[in-house]
Design a protein around this ligand. Structure first.
Ligand code: SAM
Length: 228
């Protein structure tokens, strides 16, 4: 699975492949990351990739041509039809089902915006899907790209220590898409609080039934929209 990232700041991605359990996805070669800097496709002495917006107003806009050249260069290397993804506050909010689909895909070309965003003509001509992290504005698309890559990496076989871990997580269709249940660990009493007795019973069926009831109750209370 190959992800190409178009970014002005490839150095931001270093922790993704070097820190924590997810780096296994990259160490094993299950996922590969390739970076392309649109500045390498800019022309002129100043290697500009942005300019002032037509119509006036604050900020700068990423120019279409260096981005288009970057996509073409990547396509020539990949020789596939992997979709072009733009991270943007106007996109569809990222959901677990999409992450699962990406984890079973050939990868994608991810574009990290900066400044006020990208020239709309490039978006119209090259972008297949726009993904948002939520209703807030970040200064760049690098963090959203890392969020997607992190979420995909942990779903790949052998990445998590225990293969069942992500099957038990929130939003998993195998558990009706519910929120995760509460977890407890040693000591049995902490600051006067005890652990639900059923979890100490060693009774696998009762524990599972308790966990499922907790998932349903928590989801009904915190995210009733998920029950629909
Ligand atoms: C400062 S933002 C541009 C915001 C844009 N002018 C707007 O108001 O929608 C710069 C870049 O950060 C990224 N970005 C910011 N917020 C985001 C979000 N919530 N989800 C995904 N990407 C985001 C996008 O790539 C965007 O092009």
């Amino acid at each position: 699975m190959r992800f190409d990232v178009i970014t002005l700041f490839p150095e931001m991605f270093a922790p993704l492949t070097t820190v924590g359990i997810n780096r296994r996805a990259f160490d094993s070669g299950q996922m590969t990351l390739h970076f392309t800097n649109p500045r390498d496709f800019s022309t002129g002495n100043y290697r500009r990739i942005d300019d002032r917006p037509f119509g006036g107003g604050p900020g700068m806009v990423m120019m279409a041509e260096p981005l288009a050249q970057a996509v073409k260069a990547i396509r020539a290397q990949r020789q596939d039809t992997a979709p072009v993804v733009l991270f943007s506050p106007i996109g569809q909010t990222l959901q677990h089902a999409q992450v699962q689909a990406w984890a079973a895909s050939e990868g994608a070309i991810l574009i990290c915006g900066r400044y006020e965003g990208l020239d709309q003509r490039f978006i119209d001509a090259y972008v297949d899907v726009q993904i948002s992290l939520g209703d807030f504005v970040l200064s760049g698309g690098e963090l959203p790209a890392m969020v997607l890559l992190d979420a995909v990496a942990r779903l790949l076989p052998g990445v998590l220590g225990d293969q069942d871990s992500h099957a038990q997580d929130s939003f998993n269709p195998a558990l009706e898409g519910l929120l995760d249940c509460p977890h407890y660990t040693r000591p049995e009493v902490w600051e006067g609080q005890t652990v639900p007795e059923v979890l100490l019973s060693g009774h696998h069926d009762r524990i599972e039934a308790w966990r499922m009831a907790q998932r349903r109750a928590l989801t009904a209370r915190l995210r009733p929209d998920l029950l629909k």
